[in-house]
Design a protein around this ligand. Structure first.
Ligand code: FE
Length: 341
């Protein structure tokens, strides 16, 4: 690892996140993980005059699965208090979906998650243009009442949008209490609880997360009134059915967030598990013009479904319409204000 260059990209990040002289910034890590991230952020933060320090908690116990939202902070109220007292938290652990993260944000601390491999952080640096375009895309989505997604493979699904807010991720954060994830670049909302109907055909080359695989055979989802009633296809459909049924939770068959990717530096082909181990698929979620639907919980948006059975599925070559106006056509962003120079 070239520590000097890692410090430089962290410096860029902290500037984009508005870190300035006298602010209190905490870098949180766990066990042996990402100690070099802490070093890089500390060096960068000092150069901006921030009051920055590193807080390291013990490694989490080994469990049989990934339990979203459960962290060591649940038994460490004094650590949570320290994080609430900071202006900014750099989260190198992954606190997302935890009650502690919600409490820290509510106290006014802004949070930036940074857990992806340094190579991806470097490739997908935040920028002013990315933020402006994501905010513009978020305005469009927030104003829409209906979304339709189609594809040459047979996808034709409609979402009514009267319930949930629109979330924007652009990979930096400079507002009190606001969370973001570096790297990112997309917008999403959720359909009304009974307002998603139609068929989604996940096509070869589309991506299953958290599995981190490219689909080779189509997966055909049938959706009625917000619930998946059938999943069929080949090998990958079998994998999805087996994975989802293992949760013994029918709420996993609900429809979760939906939106599109906005980051031109993210690449569809970038997800190679052997290449940058440790990534969780943020590049796949972010690449420009992907249309991502997801299944399972909607509590992230304020809904009542908090199942832990959650898949994110970024798709290529789709068309997405908001109130009958095309935003994405065959995988290309066609709204002029959302295009990059
Ligand atoms: Fe998701």
């Amino acid at each position: 690892m070239d520590h000097a260059s890692f410090t430089e990209i962290c410096l860029h990040q902290l500037k984009m996140s508005g870190v300035h002289d006298g602010e209190t910034v905490v870098v949180l890590t766990q066990g042996d993980e990402r100690r070099e991230y802490a070093d890089a952020f500390l060096a960068a933060g000092r150069r901006l005059g921030a009051n920055i320090y590193h807080l390291r908690i013990p490694a989490a116990p080994i469990t049989g699965g990934w339990a979203v939202g459960q962290t060591m902070l649940g038994s460490m109220p004094e650590v949570v208090d320290a994080l609430k007292a900071a202006d900014m938290l750099i989260d190198c652990v992954f606190l997302l979906f935890s009650p502690e993260q919600i409490a820290i944000q509510a106290a006014g601390t802004r949070i930036l998650t940074a857990i992806e491999p340094p190579e991806l952080l470097a490739r997908m640096l935040p920028s002013k243009e990315l933020r402006e375009n994501v905010e513009c895309a978020g305005e469009l989505l927030a104003g829409a009442k209906h979304m339709r997604i189609t594809s040459p493979h047979g996808t034709d699904v409609s979402y009514t949008l009267n319930t949930f807010p629109t979330l924007r991720e652009y990979g930096s954060t400079d507002e009190p209490g606001r969370w973001d994830h570096w790297p990112s670049g997309f917008v999403f909302t959720g359909g009304d609880d009974d307002g998603v109907n139609g068929q989604i055909v996940v096509a070869p080359g589309d991506i299953l997360l958290p599995q981190g695989i490219y689909v080779r055979e189509p997966i055909i989802y049938t959706i009625e009134k917000g619930w998946i009633t059938d999943i069929r296809g080949g090998l990958e459909a079998d994998l999805v059915n087996s994975y989802m049924s293992s949760f013994n939770d029918e709420r996993g068959f609900g429809m979760s967030h939906v939106g599109w990717g906005m980051n031109p530096n993210a690449k569809w082909h970038g997800m190679e598990p052997g290449l940058f181990p440790g990534g969780m698929g943020m590049e796949a979620r972010s690449y420009l013009g992907n249309v991502m639907f997801s299944t399972g919980p909607n509590n992230e948006l304020g809904g009542s479904n908090d199942t832990s059975c959650h898949l994110d599925i970024p798709m290529r070559g789709c068309s997405l319409f908001l109130d009958d106006e095309a935003v994405v056509l065959d995988g290309e962003i066609v709204v002029k204000e959302l295009q990059f120079t």
